[in-house]
Ligand binder design. Structure first.
Ligand code: SF4
Length: 366
């Protein structure tokens, strides 16, 4: 059964009614368990659980240290291209936005890679907009060949691929996939993705499964917070991660809880997700999946990220730039505004100050 079918089993479920019925006692019962069901997870995402955040934080911290130690893996994104054929209403790169479109040449990839590598980072996440014509798999493969000279772990955040295409990129040196469903609610998804191949909800939802079958080492899923009710979106993100972990036990599974940031086009979040909500989501997920990774990007501001280190985060971006060629001086519009502009060295210092170790490399393909 694919996750699409798992997701369908919750169609028509009365989430509002469930949340209204959760009491603090029910939350505490979930908190006392060592292995949580999805209903326990949902209870921890409820408004009633807001009263138990301190207790949740203590347990989440303990579990994170137990399974991951006091370490945070650092990585950075590298935008290879910003061509896109989709019209996601919330994104600065959507096809109908007027901005300079660019794709890095091999020489430019080499230049950007050199700048990033000089910071000490060994993990990189490469992104393209979603355009098979401008950024075909063959182009991504060629970029990976260059990047392999500089980095030991290369993850992709690109359009969803066929299983054989994932296998092709894995053979070239890719070992991680990040793909956000953006919105797990299928109706809202259809509204927010009015044109382009991304309209195919199911094809996107099943992409992580295809990648896992192809042999991907790490997979990261998530919903973009601000597009729909965060509690149910957090629930389905956790359920998705748990499904992937159970189905593909050899794969390292993680989630990201990205919140919307200002972007070209000025789309305003439909739902407010405040810092407390974000923290509740992270804590609930940590208790539900003690060994699941949690990635916190530079969408979040520095002071908040400093706090999230102790609340379950396992991976953080640093020295980020969301514009194509932005590190080597090319002036172009970024996908969205970043919030924490600290360099890799500044992030490392912050982590040491908190008694944590910044990790630049935890993987090497032989
Ligand atoms: S979110 Fe991705 S697919 Fe959608 S418009 Fe932006 S770059 Fe294109």
């Amino acid at each position: 059964m694919s996750f699409y079918e798992v997701r369908k089993e919750y169609a028509g479920f009365d989430f509002k009614g469930f949340f209204a019925g959760v009491t603090v006692d029910r939350v505490k019962r979930a908190l006392s368990k060592s292995r949580l069901t999805e209903w326990d997870y949902l209870a921890l995402l409820s408004p009633a659980a807001e009263e138990c955040l301190e207790e949740m934080a203590r347990k989440a911290h303990r579990l994170t240290v137990q399974h991951f130690g006091r370490v945070i893996l650092l990585y950075t994104p590298l935008y290879l291209a910003n061509y896109c054929v989709n019209r996601c209403v919330y994104c600065g790169f959507k096809a109908n936005n007027r901005l300079e479109r660019k794709k890095l040449t091999p020489a430019e990839v080499e230049r950007e890679a050199g700048i990033i590598a000089a910071t000490g980072l060994k993990h990189i996440l490469i992104l393209t907009g979603e355009s098979r014509r401008h950024s075909p798999v063959s182009y991504i493969r060629e970029c990976v060949k260059i990047l392999k000279k500089y980095f030991t772990s290369i993850s992709i955040e690109i359009y969803p691929l066929e299983e054989s295409e994932y296998a092709e990129l894995i053979a070239a040196g890719v070992d991680g996939l990040t793909i956000y469903q953006e919105v797990y609610d299928e109706e809202v998804y259809a509204e927010l993705h009015p044109a382009g191949p991304k309209r195919n909800y199911r094809y996107r939802l099943e992409a992580p499964e295809r990648a896992c079958r192809a042999g991907m080492r790490t997979v990261n899923v998530g919903a973009l917070l601000g597009l729909h009710d965060w509690r149910t979106e957090a629930f389905f993100t956790g359920l998705h991660a748990s499904y992937l972990q159970d189905t593909f036990p050899d794969v390292e599974v993680s989630i990201s809880p990205p919140r919307m940031r200002p972007q070209l086009g000025g789309f305003q979040p439909r739902v407010k997700v405040n810092d407390k909500d974000l923290v509740q989501y992270m804590l609930a997920f940590r208790l539900y999946m003690p060994r699941g990774g949690i990635t916190i990007s530079t969408r979040e501001r520095a002071e908040l990220r400093d706090h999230l280190v102790r609340l379950g985060a396992t991976k953080m971006s640093a020295g980020s730039c969301t514009a194509v060629g932005g590190r080597s001086g090319h002036e172009s519009t970024g996908q969205f505004e970043i919030s924490d502009g600290r360099s890799v060295a500044e992030m490392a210092r912050m982590l040491y100050d908190q008694g944590y170790q910044p990790v630049y490399k935890d993987w090497q393909m032989i």
